[in-house]
Write a protein that binds this ligand. Sequence first.
Ligand code: NAD
Length: 472
Amino acid sequence: VETNEEMKKEVVVVFDVEAASALVKELRGNFASGKTRSYEWRVSQLKSVLKMLDDHETEIVSALRDDLSKPELETIIYEIAMIKNSCKSALKQLKHWMAPEKAKTSMMTFPSSAEIVSEPLGVVLIISAWNYPILLSLDPVIGAIVAGNAVVLKPSELAPATSSLLAKVVGDYLDSSSIRVVEGAASETSALLEQKWDKIFFTGGGRVARIVMAAAAKHLTPVTLELGGKCSVVVDSDINLQVATRRIIAGKWCANNGQACVSPDYIITTKSYAPKLVDSLKQELENFFGENPLESKDLSRIVSSNHFTRLTKLLDDDKVSGKIVYGGGRDQTHLRIAPTLLLDVPQDSLIMNEEIFGPLLPIITVDKVEDSFAIINSGAKPLAAYLFTNNKKLRERFVMTVSAGGLVVNDTTVHLAEHSLPFGGVGESGMGGYHGKFSFDAFSHKKAVLYRSFAGDAPLRYPPYNRGKINL
Ligand code: NAD
């Protein structure tokens, strides 16, 4: 017969500083064995990720439906297919990425040869966010694997079904001697953050990023911070309005109902063009989500009641009263908010002073479209900025003057699918980047190696120094 104490021991699983320390110690030992460094190990883990996604597609779709009511197709494209794509392109290029890169040498070290050797950083921690809980967890894990690291993943507690599914399938499919999932919220993450890591890769908001960076500083641990911000969309008037409208909608409401780090946060257009743009947005929104979008199966719900309350506060702010030109519907019981457009909101309203991260889209107006760039640059640097135009001069000015993690001209959000581009922020929207080869680099140390022979031992290096010998 089990005693009460024994039963309690079985039920309560505590992940505290001691457990975190033991975990890191165990992974360090396994990393030191050299197992994760081999090409074969990396390939086998990538293949296992692919198999895991194939075998569990239905469960993934269902977990995301539980956590966010995420539409099936959004899960299949933006969570599963994106990860498969990362795995497949890494499998194709890994040998090339791992190969030492020849470097040129100069007269300063003559005779010599040199190369840059990519080595794994060691044992790394990945902390991820809830909005794309598969993509934002596994994509960095793939980066850690391809670079040959041991890794601990801490998914977000705000997507609990996906977090527990990840813990289960990662445990079943990947090499648990080097790849682990720790589930939990702030306290478990704090226990992890007390440990010495060789890299911390964090996706989330600026408040927690500051906690992560302070913890990393104690051990001089390098960090990549993938954060958010207010991603702007500038809309010029000489455009294909229907295509532009559809692409704005795709980036905003077809991306987790606006709960995406690269979602359009606000639009800037001219006073004279705004009515046309608003009409077009209304029409296409109705085409996509029907007359009662609160019941649409093609829109995710708001992740939690805290976020629901936060978003409704933005709408109920006195400063935006009378500014809603479309939508505004909400259903607290099912945590749903309809696509909502607001026109001419004041710059000092709440909605213009925090990342919206939801289905509300304010539109602000300017006299000339060129005035938009100064407005964007007056705020914190966003993760992405978008411009719709056919004007080459305007496009050039946009690229040269707007500072953001990434820019897209004539579309929204799609740059993150382009693995030849680094994905990451600048300033308040983060530091460092990943995707494709940039993920490999984010988790590697570029070791400089110089080869010399015993020939050519220049006497001028050695005392007694003789200025006369040197012709500088
Ligand atoms: P968050 O910062 O609240 O949480 C991120 C992670 O930190 C979670 O795993 C959470 O458990 C952990 N955490 C929370 N409080 C903590 C604490 N006190 N100490 C230690 N760890 C703690 O972010 P979120 O709500 O999950 O995500 C939304 C934010 O993330 C938005 O700002 C969004 O723009 C950003 N984001 C960025 C990207 C990107 O790729 N750049 C992607 C998605 C989301």
